[in-house]
Every structure is written in structure tokens, then in C-alpha cells.
Design a protein around this ligand. Structure first.
Ligand code: GUN
Length: 300
């Protein structure tokens, strides 16, 4: 079987379009412009790229973008005071603190200082608990993007065997919760899992989120399974010339695509969906804050 390629780039564009339509309606009918505040502490180059990209796309869909760039040695109380100010600001509907934070800052303390209603990352302990109990919550962006693509491809996911490889708080655990809420039979596999190849061979849906380049080969994949590759790894590419690199996922694309029914590419799969879902979460948070109907198809 040769897999259908799930085009995350095109899908993300349709999500942003839906967000833009809803933002225009909020402005016209209610005089409300959703606002997203992004806080970056320090100058990590990858984080700077993400933050710039988030700001640009926020403005493109018609929302207000507020960027707060703080020095790498910003004291914790200064960061907490900024979060308190953003929590109290009615023009700010979503708050994202870019991770990782510098070592002297307590990540859990900082994340849990964000108003859960404005926690567009879905990392606050209240949102984690709400998702875990199947209640309305803010859902982490990357797993939400994966879920949207899976629902779009399959329709209902009920009864499917799903294996999530990776147990991070940002992707693996919330992904498993979302699949469980959609009535999948879910296994979370990780570095200590015994017989990982056999576990993966039982899956109708494989979500790989471990951060190890090309670790899942095609002979682990069941014929016709759907493979969602969350990994974004930069590896050397001497075939492109000296010092050149390329991006690969956590699955070995060619061998997996040869047996899978559907697969997300890297780049152009899960990656573009993450920012699109951040924008979706911001418009959802804005609607909830104003007791207005939420946009359809943009939440879990
Ligand atoms: N750093 C890498 N991914 C993320 C994310 O999804 N949210 C935040 N806040 N920081 C990140």
C-alpha cells in the first residue's frame, strides 16, 4: 500500500481561514478583537523564530498580538507580576509563555500562575485535570492539531487501537487523553516499553512524539495504519553538500509510507497545525470569556 499524505500545511491554512472568519464576526457583531499575549524570556534562537511566527500569524487572522520580551535573567517575581497584569487585562484573551524557561525560573509555578481561562497552551494544572476528566478545557495545541487531522481523515475514531509513543506533558499525555475521549483503545509507549515494535504493530493509529530522528521503521507499522509524526529533528545531510542539514520526523518516512494507509510528512505535517491551533484556542478563549458561541470544528 502507498500511503495517503495528510497535508498539514493545507489543513492549517483552512483552520486559520475559519479562525479569521470568526474573528471578523466577533469584531463586526460584538466589537471584540481577540488578543494573544506571548511572553519570551531570554534569546533562545528557536524560541525567537516560533514567537515571531506566532505574532505574524496572529495579526494575519485579524487578532491583536502582544509580545513581551524579557531579559534572560528576569527575576521570577517580575515574570509573575507580568502574568498577573495580563490575567487582569480584558484585551488579552490568551497568554502563552514560551518554553523552555531559563533554569532559575520554576516552569510549573509560572504556568500555573496563568488564568486557566486564558491558558491557550492548555498546560495549566486545571486544564490538564479538565481534559483528563473529559470536561471542557483548553487543549494543548500540538495534540489538538493531530486530533483534527485524524478526525478529518477517519471521521469517527471510536474503537480504533491507538499507540502514542512518548509520554511528555506537552504532547504524549494529552494526545492519549484526547484519543481516549474519542473512544480509542489507547496505549502510551515510552523508552521503557517492552517489545515496542510489537506494541506498534497492533496500532490502527500511531502517534510518534519522542524527539528521536527516524526511530520508527516501516516494519513496525500495520498495513494501512495511520501514522502521525510529531517529531521535528534536524540531522546532517552530507548528500546535500558539506555542512548541510535536513528536517526529519520521528518515523522513517519512506519505509512507513510504503505500508501505512495515511501519513503526515515532516516538514508540512503536524508542525503547521500547532500555530493554527494556538490561534483557534485564542478565539475559543475569547468566545468563552464573552459568553458567546464557540466556533465549530476548532475545539476537541
Ligand atoms: N515550546 C515548544 N513548544 C511549545 C508550546 O507548544 N508552547 C509553549 N509555550 N512553548 C513551547
Amino acid at each position: 500500500m502507498s500511503a495517503t499524505v495528510i497535508d498539514g500545511k493545507a489543513f492549517a491554512a483552512t483552520v486559520r481561514e475559519k479562525v479569521a472568519i470568526h474573528v471578523a464576526r466577533l469584531k463586526e457583531e460584538h466589537g471584540i478583537t481577540p488578543g494573544l499575549a506571548v511572553v519570551l524570556v531570554g534569546e533562545d534562537p528557536a524560541s525567537q523564530v516560533y514567537v515571531r511566527s506566532k505574532g505574524k500569524m496572529t495579526v494575519e487572522v485579524g487578532m491583536n498580538s502582544y509580545e513581551h520580551k524579557l531579559d534572560i535573567d528576569t527575576p521570577e517575581d517580575v515574570l509573575l507580576a507580568l502574568i498577573a497584569k495580563l490575567n487582569a487585562d480584558p484585551a488579552v484573551h490568551g497568554i502563552l509563555v514560551q518554553l523552555p524557561l531559563p533554569k532559575h525560573l520554576d516552569e510549573d509555578l509560572v504556568i500555573n500562575a496563568i488564568d486557566p481561562a486564558k491558558d491557550v497552551d492548555g498546560f495549566h494544572i486545571s486544564n490538564v485535570g479538565l481534559l483528563g476528566t473529559g470536561q471542557k478545557s483548553m487543549v494543548p495545541c500540538t495534540p489538538l492539531g493531530c486530533l483534527m487531522m485524524l478526525r478529518d481523515h477517519h471521521g469517527a475514531l471510536s474503537g480504533m487501537n491507538a499507540v502514542v509513543i512518548g509520554r511528555s506533558n506537552i504532547v504524549g499525555k494529552p494526545m492519549a487523553q484526547l484519543l481516549l475521549n474519542d473512544s480509542c483503545t489507547v496505549t502510551i509507549a515510552h523508552s521503557r516499553t517492552k517489545d515496542l515494535p510489537d506494541v506498534v504493530r497492533g496500532a490502527d493509529i500511531v502517534v510518534a512524539a519522542v524527539g528521536r530522528p527516524e526511530m520508527v521503521p516501516g516494519d513496525w507499522i500495520k498495513d494501512g495504519a495511520t501514522v502521525i509524526d510529531v517529531g521535528i529533528n534536524r540531522i546532517d545531510a552530507p548528500e546535500k553538500g558539506e555542512g548541510k542539514t535536513r528536517l526529519v520526523g520521528d518515523v522513517h518516512y519512506e519505509s512507513c509510507a510504503a505500508v501505512a494507509g495515511a501519513i503526515t510528512p515532516v516538514p508540512g505535517g503536524v508542525g503547521p497545525m500547532t500555530i493554527a491551533c494556538l490561534l483557534a484556542n485564542t478565539v475559543t478563549a475569547c468566545c468563552r470569556a464573552n459568553n458567546l458561541a464557540e466556533p465549530e470544528g476548532l475545539t476537541a
